[in-house]
Design a protein around this ligand. Sequence first.
Ligand code: ATP
Length: 387
Amino acid sequence: MASEKPNRSLERLEDGDRDSSAESPTGDRPIAVELEDVTKRYAGTTAVDGVSLSVREGEFFTLVGPSGCGKTTTLRLIAGFESATDGAVRFHGEDVTGVPPEARDVGVVFQNYALFPHMSVGENVAYGLNFADPPGGVSDDERVRELLELVDLEGMQDREPDRLSGGQQQRVAIARALAPGPDVLLLDEPMSALDAQLRERLRIQVRAIQKELGITTVYVTHDQEEALAISDRVAVMRAGTPEQVATPQDIYRRPETRFVAEFVGDNNVFDGTVRSLDGDGLASIDVGPETFTVAPGKRDVAVGRALALCVRPENLIVAADPSDGLETENATTATVRSAEFLGETTRVHLEWHGQELLVRTRNPLSGDVLVGFDPEDAHVVAVDRTV
Ligand code: ATP
């Protein structure tokens, strides 16, 4: 994994259009959890490679990335289950790098629920109180009732865990983690054992619980859609390091690197070279045999520079019959290769000069079609030569 470390010396295109970006709603709060240049090495592997990031009080912060990119290790370093090889972990400015997990005031939820099968639901939740007095001066029983209500399982305290659905069991695990009133909630792929429908329902519930309590939350998932749906901010990790940390809107609309552009959602990425710049802020980019016009915003593009041009499938406009023409710029002919019916739309795979393009459409397409895009709908990122 360490061997596929991205080329960090590669200059990134300057992102000058941040002022239009979405702000995290917790952007002005104090920092609750901070990692400064944290590295975790195992024999032969650098799992986490110089990570610096800050999570604000009450923020829902998600680590997302492909398998083996260091998400779980980063979470375990925050929990205290792993000790950092280098760097510092701080909670509210206080160094906790050498502090054991039980003294860190964190609640942890794992993928596999880890409920005690011989204990009832209520006993499982009360177990979370074994090492702490319930917050607010209430009795243990009251606290268990409060928590079961919070996770929408009121009246279920006498059930055995194996008589609950996967989603219900995970909510018991969340209630148990929240029982002592931790300062930070850490969740490691809590929904990956559940089916798609249940995941969507549970993620709405988890977000609602987090908002109700205002608890600082760090969440690990490999599912980029889940990360976008649930988070205030997302760190897209690659090879042990966050490649971009931003709001879901910015991650999707303004990826800073080609890796982020391709990892999060479908994208059409073209390698190109800047041919010319005009006075209206438009750039002409040579891409294969075509020249596309794009609006790179305030990004620093210079004539002759190599870059990658990204156009989301939903921003590619299609004419099923090329003789109809297209009322958009950057029109070019492509050939339909296959289609996947997704219900609301169909994702069509096109071939364009040896490259695959994806479009989303409601109309059937076949043979040659015309595709094009508005210059404002293209996004420009630096070429990453390691991809
Ligand atoms: P996944 O989504 O597959 O769970 P991840 O992004 O959470 O992956 P980590 O589990 O943090 O990734 O692992 C990062 C890297 O560190 C991987 O290459 C993994 O094999 C390695 N690693 C993790 N734990 C250990 C360990 N205890 N000993 C040795 N190597 C480890």
